[in-house]
Design a protein around this ligand. Structure first.
Ligand SMILES: Cc1ncc(COP(=O)(O)O)c(C=O)c1O
Length: 399
């Protein structure tokens, strides 16, 4: 059965050239930049109305409720393990404690299969690769994307080859192995994993489709649903500020794309949020480039942080992250690992949510921005807890 997808074509985010979306493709062949999926939004808005969405009980519990603006053409290829449509908590006790009562937490650590928001991007990207005939997939990952790739590949019956840094927490390795993926540990960081995955793919007898973030068009589409959900859960009014822990930046760029699509569909009026990128002081290429007014970020040397998802020294979509921060009137903040530990407990003990260090980093950034007056106490702020703290328990036991 056909979906309501209104996918039209792919467009290069840099040179704007168009490409046929009915092919397995990675980046723009001309300028090697990320490709964006483009939809017929005039058509999408006829069926994807706020009223219709309320009545979509068949896929209320997943991101597939936004099928008009997702790429899958046939329902049989929509792989679902219950991804997205996560809780948006009004964190009242935490908000009162920090002097910002309208603090919300979008909790990606529960409900998403594999315990992190990576399930969003990979449910959509693996579904689309499956629909377009891929047989084997490969991905470099800090941990969470590997688990999500393994899960959705298993659901589809595709081969998954995942590459993670050698010192990745054991839980990620075990998860991938039990989900049937081929696991390779690499002496290096996520970019070294990407290079190894590429070399292995060249030698492989079965063609492997590369699912590296922003090097294929559809992980972005899955992650953008965080923006659609926020709008729907806040009754189509966006918050003043969104604070997002940034590695490759796919979620931030995805939400920014979602807000633009929603504007074009007439689903939103009013201002878009100020977007804030949070990174670790041990790996802060985006913060540095933002502060220096640069279009691209220089690679970060000797990247080190307990927040594995933030240990990304080079981001392919650096210019897209920086553009979104600047266009939104946002900012970029670095926090150190000790602050992440401190604010994990503050968030946990005031909300009942055990965040990943990446989620705690958002709270640490909010405190800094409240102190400097950049965030006013009466503003509405959404923090992204991108994963469950349970996967990181070893960092708390070794402290
Ligand atoms: C828990 C967690 N938070 C944040 C990130 C960074 O996400 P993005 O690549 O969208 O910037 C990652 C990436 O691995 C992650 O696993």
């Amino acid at each position: 059965m056909a979906t309501l997808s209104t996918l039209m074509h792919l467009e290069c985010s840099m040179c704007t050239k168009s490409f046929d979306a009915k092919q397995l493709i990675n980046m723009c062949p001309t300028c090697q930049s990320p490709l964006f999926a483009r939809y017929n939004l005039e058509k999408a808005k006829e069926t994807m109305t706020p009223k219709a969405l309320k009545e979509r009980t068949h896929n209320t519990g997943s991101l597939w409720r936004y099928e008009e603006v997702l790429p899958i053409q046939q329902k049989d290829y929509m792989l679902s393990l219950g991804e997205g449509w996560t809780m948006l908590h009004h964190a009242k006790r935490l908000g009162d404690h920090i002097g910002c009562p309208n603090t919300f937490i979008k909790d990606e650590g529960t409900h998403n299969a594999t315990g992190s928001f990576k399930a969003r991007g990979l449910s959509v990207a693996v579904s689309r690769a499956y629909e377009l005939g891929a047989k084997a997939l490969s991905v470099p990952s800090a941990g969470n994307a590997a688990g999500a790739t393994a899960a959705y590949a298993a659901a589809a019956g595709l081969q998954a080859h995942v590459y993670m840094p050698q010192d990745v927490p054991l839980v990620f390795r075990v998860e991938c192995e039990q989900l049937g993926a081929h696991v390779t540990l690499v002496d290096g960081l996520i970019n070294d994993c990407g290079q190894r995955a590429k070399r292995d793919a060249e030698k492989s007898s079965i063609q492997r489709f590369d699912l590296s973030t922003l090097k294929e068009p559809y992980r972005l589409e899955g992650k953008k649903t965080m923006g659609y959900e926020l709008a729907e859960q806040l009754d189509w009014k966006l918050p003043d500020v969104i604070i997002y822990p940034t590695g490759g930046g796919t979620g931030l760029v995805g939400m920014w794309k979602a807000f633009s699509e929603m504007k074009q569909m007439g689903l939103l009026d009013g201002k878009r949020p100020r977007m804030v990128s949070v990174q670790s002081t041990g790996c802060a290429p985006i913060i540095r480039a933002f502060q220096e007014g640069k279009k691209h970020a220089e690679p970060w040397e000797n990247a080190k942080t307990c927040a594995d998802g933030l240990r990304v020294p080079v981001a392919v979509g650096d210019f897209l992250i920086l553009d979104a921060l600047r266009e939104s009137g946002g900012t970029a903040v670095a926090v150190d690992d000790s602050e992440m530990f401190k604010y994990t407990k503050i968030m946990g003990s005031h909300t009942g949510i055990f965040p990943a260090p990446e989620g705690a980093a958002c709270l640490a950034a909010q405190i800094k921005l409240l102190k400097s007056g950049w965030i006013k106490s009466d503003e509405t702020v959404v923090l992204f807890n991108t994963g469950t703290g349970l996967k990181y328990f070893n960092i708390y036991t070794t402290m």
